[in-house]
Design a binder for this molecule. Structure first.
Ligand code: HEM
Length: 418
């Protein structure tokens, strides 16, 4: 069933899996992101994969998909996730390495690089929050924006975007200069090879991967570790599974997990999936309707309207998940043999669905499983009492639905490895 959103840009919102399938797959060409959404982010992200439609999107998606193949993922596990300082390199650095072949760690002057990175992270966070804040305001030129976007804020935003663009451009130039692209299989190499794209186009591709992959996995894990603080039996079962995988693969605590070893961690996969069902990085997603249409549930949609589905609500609906929808129950994802059972992406919409489904989904699971398995194997994570025992921490909606102020934890090394 669709709903009207009074007082906002005209549109409907739905939580019906059949509608979602219609919008994201069956009638995909009729539901692009649309000029409005793309225009709002263009001065920050340009027209990269994440922020483009039609042909502009298609050629980028085709080239990028090739590099996100299973072969590349295996290589990613070997080259990047297994690095000894996995926690340090998690997220931002791994995306730079996998997507752009740009190893921040390997650069000669580590200190300068470290400074550049943290400056970039700060600017990226600031630009993202300001741009997304503007985007989420229902009435674009409202009094709220006029008040909020005062001259100082506008200046800050421009500076943050200029810093972000400069950093992304450095990645592009470094990548162009690196000698042999033939034997590289990062995402950028495909675009660099064809030689027909300007530096600005490549910069936008870099920005799209950073915006899509930078905060999502980190946000998902923050909520996961918070949930674990009240689920000791789940922590114990994950530990059992990790130990069993160690035994089966003949590896010892501290050694890296291989791609196949991570795939064997079904219980952990289910635990993360159940956590993201309830606390997901991207809570809503909007498309624009190109031509008049009627959704499967009978709702009429006029050309130009926005059509939004709420992944957050869909993850908490009894009609989709049953009466126990508000309970953390990871067994719902496991078959009788203990193997992970995926749900239709039109019901479990955490990674979007259809041709524009998240291209980094597998990589995100590899990252998250590596982190959780490594951390729980060697450390005890104590969430500070007030947060662990209290209610649900406050959410902040930026590019992801993150936990306000982050998760305060104390980490202790285990007296003896389990
Ligand atoms: C838990 C982690 C993640 C979640 C929940 C997630 C979720 C999503 C969602 C909902 C979208 C659709 C956004 C939209 O079109 O408005 C998306 C798109 C995308 N994601 Fe992810 N993502 C995650 C991790 C990653 C990672 C690690 C990467 C890259 C390294 C990545 C790369 C992308 C890209 C490039 C797109 C745009 C795809 C396109 O438009 O064709 N994501 N993701």
């Amino acid at each position: 069933m669709g709903y009207w959103i009074p007082g906002m840009r005209t549109g409907i919102i739905t939580c019906n899996p059949a509608d979602v399938e219609h919008i994201l797959r069956a009638n995909f060409v009729n539901y692009p992101k649309g000029e409005h959404a793309i225009g709002m982010l263009e001065y920050f992200l340009g027209l990269g994969l994440f922020n483009s439609d039609g042909e502009q999107w298609l050629w980028q998606r085709k080239n990028a998909s090739y590099e996100f193949s299973k072969r590349s993922l295996r290589k990613f596990v070997v080259d990047v996730v297994q690095a000894e300082d996995v926690l340090q390199r998690f997220g931002f650095d791994t995306i730079c390495a996998v997507a752009f072949g740009h190893d921040l760690r390997g650069l000669a002057d580590g200190r300068v690089q470290e400074e550049a990175r943290s400056e970039f992270m700060h600017s990226f966070g600031e630009a993202q929050d300001l741009v997304v804040g503007r985007f989420l305001d229902p009435i674009e030129i409202s009094w709220k924006i006029k008040k909020w976007l005062n001259v100082g804020t506008e200046r800050r935003l421009r500076k943050a975007i200029a810093d972000v663009h400069a950093f992304a451009m450095d990645i592009v130039r470094a990548r162009r200069q690196s000698a042999s692209v033939q034997d590289r299989d990062d995402v950028l190499s495909r675009f660099v090879e064809s030689d027909e794209h300007s530096d600005e186009v490549l910069r936008d591709i870099v920005l799209s991967f950073l915006i899509a992959g930078r905060e999502t996995t980190a946000s998902a894990l923050t909520w996961f570790f918070w949930l674990l603080s009240s689920l000791p039996h789940v922590v114990a079962r994950i530990a059992d599974e990790v130990r069993a995988v160690r035994k089966a693969t003949g590896t010892r605590p501290g050694e890296p997990f291989g791609f196949d070893a991570l795939r064997e961690m079904h219980y952990l996969h289910a635990a993360l999936t159940e956590s993201m069902r309830l606390y997901l990085p991207a809570p809503i997603d909007s498309q624009s309707c190109a031509a008049d249409d009627t959704l499967p549930d009978g709702t009429f949609v006029r050309a130009g309207w926005s059509v939004t589905y709420s992944a957050y609500a869909m993850g908490r609906l009894a009609a989709i998940l049953g009466e126990d929808c508000m309970e953390y129950m990871l067994e719902r994802w496991l078959g009788e043999d203990g193997a992970f059972q995926p749900a239709s992406p039109f019901r479990f919409t955490v990674f979007h669905a259809g041709p524009r489904m998240c291209i980094g989904k597998e990589m995100a699971y590899v990252q998250m499983k590596s982190i959780v398995a490594n951390v729980l194997e060697e450390f005890v994570v104590d969430v500070v009492k007030e947060v662990a025992g209290g209610g649900v921490p406050e959410h902040v909606l930026s590019i992801t639905l993150r936990m306000k102020g982050g998760l305060p934890v104390k980490i202790r090394r285990k007296a003896e490895a389990f």
